[in-house]
Structure formats: C-alpha cells, structure tokens
Design a protein around this ligand. Structure first.
Ligand SMILES: [Zn+2]
Ligand SMILES: [Zn+2]
Length: 289
C-alpha cells in the first residue's frame, strides 16, 4: 500500500516553504512604493520655498492626525463614538495618507493586537526582523485583502466598503490640490515628500515601537514607550501604554506624555463632532508597572 504521507511535504517543510512565500515582496506593490520615494528626489529640480515647506508640514500633520485618530483609535479600537457622517469624514481623510482603505488598515491592526509578537501577527520585529515589520508586510501579496471577519462591525456601512475599494481617490485629490496651490514644487513637497515621511513615521510604530524605548507595563509583547516616536506620530509612540489598554482614546496616559491626536479629539468633542471618549481606568494605569 502506498504511503500517502510520503508524497506530502512534512509539516516542517511546508511551514518553511510557506514562510518563504510570505516574505516575498510583490512587484505590483513594491514598484509604486519605490517610485513614491524616487519622485522625492525631483526636489533637486523643483527647488524649495517657504510655501512648499509649510505645505509639506501641514499635509503631514493633518494626515497623521486622521490616521491615528481615525484609522487607529476609531476604526481599529472604537475608543470613541461619532455620527455616521463624521465616521465617513474620518475614513475619507485617513485615505488621503495613501495607506490603503480604513477597513483594510484596521483589520490588520486588530490582528496585530490579537496576536502581538506571536504567530499570526502581521508585523512583528521579534519574529520577522526590523525591515519586514517596518515595510515588508505591506509590500507582500499575503496581506493584500481586507480581513472581513475582523471588521464585521464596520463592514455593514456601504459607504465605508466603497471607500475601502476606492481608497486611492482621496490621495489623488490631495496630489491635485497641492499642484493647484503651487505647481510642481508644491506637488513634490506637499504630496510626495510628505507622504513618504508619513509612511515611515507610521511604520516606525509597528517596527521601532516594539524594539526601542521603555516598558512601563509588563505586557506579553515587546511594545515600548518612546517619546521621540510619540512626538512625530501624534502620540502613537506611547505604544506600551497602548498595548496595556488598547481601548483608551489617549495613549499618553500621564500629563507629560505628549499626545497631539488625543488633544485634537478632545477639542472635537467640545464641538460635538466626537463623543464618549474612553479613558483608561485609574487602577490599570497603576497596574503591573
Ligand atoms: Zn504594537
Ligand atoms: Zn492599536
């Protein structure tokens, strides 16, 4: 009798093959990403002006806010409530950062929290190293689709599903807007340079904030608090705090932990744009330190 098992790769062979496939960079994703970086060098042709720098910084700050407040704290963690209209605004503005759709982004982030630094985590420097956790996973075909099982709560909104498919539209609108403001120079600084810096700032939360910084809470993962990352990611660098209590709208748990996205959301709550901001319970702030 033929031994069927002999014709199949062993479990260990299969997992090695699988992990090599998982770590392949996909050309269809890598080439546009590389071109975004190469285009930044055209600043050598367009030159620079105060207007272009201000536009670059403004585009960075505005889009970082909507990534962290919208994609992360709202769509991934539901750390506050809002109207259906403003929910769409958060999703639309988040798309301007050109980091795919809100449901795609949040579904993989929820997976990160479910399996942090374990098998199943989409970006863990402990398991996959710095580069893979920073950018490799985004450029692989493995994580190309939205994990709908993880997003059942938001998948019922057709306008969000539409935006999740046509996520590139708001990004193109930002590029056109920059061009109309100040031609090629403003397009390169306001869109390309700003977007590339935004990529690496966001990605550093997935990579560096699991490698570099202090651990206040004894979480089961490698998450760290890093003031430097927090400063340019609107508070996302307080990542050990965040893994300790992910439902909190603020990630800087103490007054000296700068968290610009939380300040922005607090101001929005005064104007009733957002409500029910979830705060960390005091006993948790003091726990497992
Ligand atoms: Zn993390
Ligand atoms: Zn999170």
């Amino acid at each position: 009798m033929t031994n069927l098992n002999a014709t199949l790769p062993s479990t260990s062979t299969r997992s090695v093959t699988q992990s090599k496939e998982q770590r392949k960079y996909h050309p269809a994703r890598s080439i546009p990403f590389a071109l975004m970086h190469v285009t930044c060098f055209t600043v050598l042709l367009t030159g620079v002006s105060l207007k272009a720098i201000i536009l670059c910084v403004a585009m960075y700050a505005i889009r970082m806010f909507f990534l962290t407040a919208g994609y992360h704290r709202y769509f991934s963690h539901r750390s506050f409530n809002t109207s259906r209209f403003f929910q769409f605004v958060l999703a639309f503005m988040g798309c301007t950062a050109v980091q795919k759709g809100p449901l795609w982004w949040a579904s993989h982030h929820r997976r990160h929290h479910k399996y942090t630094d374990q098998d199943g985590d989409v970006h863990s420097p402990r398991r996959d190293g710095f580069w893979w956790s920073h950018v490799g996973w985004v450029l692989s075909s493995k994580y190309d689709s939205t994990d709908w099982d993880a997003m059942k709560d938001f998948a019922r909104f057709p306008e969000l599903r539409w935006l999740n498919t046509w996520h590139i539209v708001p990004g193109v609108m930002v590029a056109v807007f920059c061009f109309l403001i100040g031609g090629w120079q403003c397009l390169v600084w306001g869109f390309f340079v700003s977007t590339v810096i935004l990529y690496h700032a966001t990605f550093s939360v997935n990579s560096l904030a699991h490698m570099w910084g202090k651990r206040r809470y004894a979480t089961t993962d490698d998450s760290r608090n890093n003031w430097f990352i927090a400063l340019f990611t609107g508070g996302e660098g307080w990542h050990n705090n965040h893994h300790h209590y992910m439902a909190s709208v603020k990630q800087g748990f103490f007054w000296w932990e700068v968290d610009f996205s939380y300040y922005g959301l607090r101001v929005m709550s005064w104007f009733k744009l957002v409500r029910d901001l979830r705060m960390p319970p005091r006993r948790l702030l003091m726990a497992e330190r």
